[in-house]
Design a protein around this ligand. Structure first.
Ligand code: SAM
Length: 206
């Protein structure tokens, strides 16, 4: 039976359970972003989960303006506990159109979307909507585990069984393609080993 991955006790245990995966995915992202973390930079992390990435960025540059969103209130509660008043938190389901208030009032310099794309029914619609929140010289970073290996179709079936929210694992090429389709210029993607079967792809669009 599929479990609710991001609610109740699962949300409280998330950091411990996924520590290796999270560290390996996020370390190169933090290195990639670090040179551009200036005071006042407005950062939006969608599907921010327990807020580990926002917390790491705030440690590097305390004067960022941080917003974290997630579909799970329990994951956001974990993030809020870490970040306190250093970040605004907002419930947002990326499988729905962005609310008018968000489209009109949230303007940011950097959008982050890490390990979330595989949950989206229409990743392109979401990425295009998020690109609409960017300031003219803004950028977006997409990262997720991506398909690899002859055995992935079988593993994909296991992912569907284990997690009812799972939609589809994208290919590595799909991430820069999404950024391009949203009007951004993608830089060369990075590939990371994220432990066990997981291989991550990180792509930034400017
Ligand atoms: C694998 S966790 C990654 C969390 C965080 N980005 C990180 O890197 O640690 C996936 C997150 O995406 C959220 N999520 C799943 N489906 C979503 C959706 N449709 N809209 C917004 N967030 C979603 C989950 O609640 C969860 O917090």
């Amino acid at each position: 039976m599929a479990r609710r991955q991001y609610h109740g006790a699962a949300a409280r245990r998330y950091d411990r359970r996924w520590a290796t995966f999270t560290t390996r995915m996020q370390a190169p992202i933090i290195d990639l972003l670090a040179p551009d973390l200036r005071p006042g930079l407005r950062v939006l992390d969608v599907g921010c989960g327990t807020g580990t990435l926002l917390t790491a960025l705030a440690t590097r540059q305390p004067d960022l303006v941080l917003t974290g969103t997630d579909a799970s209130p329990d994951m956001l509660a974990q993030a809020q506990a870490k970040l306190g008043d250093r970040a605004n938190m907002l419930i947002l389901d990326l499988n729905n159109p962005l609310p008018d208030a968000v489209r009109q009032d949230l303007h940011v310099d950097l959008v982050l979307c890490v390990s979330v794309l595989h949950y989206l029914r229409d990743p392109l619609a979401a990425v295009q909507a998020l690109a609409g929140l960017l300031a003219p010289d803004g950028s977006m970073l997409l990262a997720d585990f991506t398909r690899h290996g002859w055995w992935w179709p079988g593993f994909e079936a296991v992912l569907h069984l284990a997690d009812a929210q799972h939609q589809r694992t994208l290919t590595a090429d799909a991430l820069p393609a999404l950024l391009r389709a949203a009007g951004l210029r993608p830089t060369a993607p990075h590939t990371v080993g994220a432990g066990g079967p997981w291989r991550g792809t990180i792509a930034k669009g400017i």
